[in-house]
Design a protein around this ligand. Structure first.
Ligand code: PLP
Length: 425
């Protein structure tokens, strides 16, 4: 399927119906699968044969959608999860445990920052947060002997910093660890992190991939490029797993080792599997992803340019603007556009932000980005609410920041709505 363009893969990868089979990916809404011999079932449990036995581990609808996302990212395999949070957690926990250390960009979605700095810290995994703008020398200096991965967002939420993926990948590789990239905002339509050296990609599919705000979900995609055997940092992959009859994932599954371990161990023990119905909805979203992403970007650029000229706006952050510090990086890593998300500062801070948001008629106030309808959020009062003012500053979320997720409505209608709401401030 990879001989086709991404736009074609969005419609066809992962599911090729045979003669007389449904044209649309069916929903296999079944927890279990029937077998005629207990021996066959035993082989499935021993990972000796491929096949379905329980939906927490594998399900035809989930697997088809995972294969589609793997194709879009150019990876060897993918796993769907029930949320983006679960994907971020699994992507790291699959290769790190108590006593290990991870380097993460500080420009992260607030939930991910909290997951790493609070919850995973309680599990004994230590995180060092670094600026995404850090120099290679400074980045090299924060690695420790127990560092197991580097984690960053390709386009950060809500700060919209474009990651220098090659720089981060080179440093990670120089220290024998993988780079994990959260590619939620640009999606593979606009950015393909594996082509720049990233090893693992995670997604909150809740965002543009679903696109219609119907289903929370996530995905972890493996490039298959990282050599887990190059050092002794990843014993979970390179030494026998006693909970699977002594299987060594790298020996048995080669390039599929990371994803197989993630399913066989983490999904088995922790769950977080999406419902097949949600995967079906995600798949419908994927089919039109390139069309929607293109329109989101066109509209967002028009809105960002308009905001730049408005005197109630103190600053506009959109990497597609020539005034953006990240314009050059965007041209390199996401030349066709970044996303539909813009952040901007409103003069008058929190009070002005409230009047503006409450005056919008077309755009909704929603704790969401990246669905086809325009919405707006005040991060310091919502998604990043748990963070202290120091953490807010570290994440680059000032308290005049509004995040606008520009939808695919007619651009002039979106601008008129913003214009009338700003006029009331
Ligand atoms: N990663 C990014 C960049 C996000 O924006 C989000 C949610 O907003 C997540 C991860 C978490 O995803 P979910 O809400 O699907 O758990």
């Amino acid at each position: 399927m990879n001989k086709y363009h991404l736009n074609t893969n969005c419609l066809h990868a992962g599911y090729s119906p045979k003669n007389g089979e449904p044209r649309v990916l069916p929903i296999t809404q079944s927890t279990t699968f029937r077998y005629e011999s207990s021996e066959q079932m035993a082989k499935l449990f021993d990972l000796e044969e491929d096949g379905y036995f329980y939906t927490r581990l594998q399900n035809p609808t989930n697997d088809a959608v995972a294969a589609r996302i793997a194709a879009l990212e150019g990876g060897v395999g993918a796993v769907l999860t029930s949320s983006g949070q679960a994907s971020s957690f699994y992507s790291v926990f699959n290769i790190a445990s108590a006593g290990d250390h991870i380097i993460a960009s500080s420009a992260l979605y607030g939930g991910t920052y909290n997951l790493f700095s609070v919850t995973m810290k309680k599990l004994g995994i230590d995180f060092t947060f670094v600026s995404p703008d850090i120099s290679a020398d400074e980045l090299n200096s924060v690695f420790k002997s127990n560092t197991k991965a580097v984690f960053a967002e390709s386009l950060s939420n809500p700060t919209l910093i474009v990651l220098d993926i090659e720089k981060f990948a080179a440093c990670a590789h120089a220290h024998g660890v993988p780079l994990i990239v959260d590619n939620t905002f640009p999606t593979p339509v606009n950015c393909r992190p594996f082509e720049f050296g990233a090893d693992i990609v995670v997604h909150s599919t809740t965002k543009y991939m679903d696109g219609h705000a119907t289903s929370v979900g996530g995905a972890v995609v493996d490039s298959g490029n990282f050599d887990w055997t190059q050092n002794d940092k990843f014993p979970g992959l390179t030494t026998p797993d006693e909970s699977y009859h002594g299987i060594t994932y790298t020996e048995r599954f080669g390039k599929g080792a990371y994803v197989t371990k993630l399913v066989a161990q983490l999904m088995r023990d922790l769950g977080s599997v999406p419902s097949p119905h949600n995967s079906f909805l995600l798949n419908i979203g994927l089919e039109t992803l390139p069309l929607r992403v293109e329109r989101h970007c066109e509209n967002a650029l028009a809105v960002a340019k308009w905001l730049e000229g408005n005197d109630k706006v103190s600053w506009v952050n959109y990497p597609g603007l020539e005034s953006s510090k990240y314009y050059a990086l965007h041209k390199k890593y996401m030349p066709n556009g970044t996303s539909g998300v813009i952040s901007f500062g409103i003069k008058g801070g929190r009070a002005a932000a409230t009047v503006f948001m409450d005056s919008l008629e077309l755009a909704s106030i929603a704790t969401h980005v990246a669905d086809c309808r325009t919405c707006v959020l005040y991060p310091a009062g919502t998604t990043h609410r748990q963070l202290t003012s120091e953490q807010l500053t570290e994440c680059g979320v000032p308290d005049d920041l509004l995040r606008l997720s520009v939808g695919i409505e007619y651009a002039d209608d979106i601008i008129s709505d913003i214009e009338q709401a700003l006029a009331k401030v």
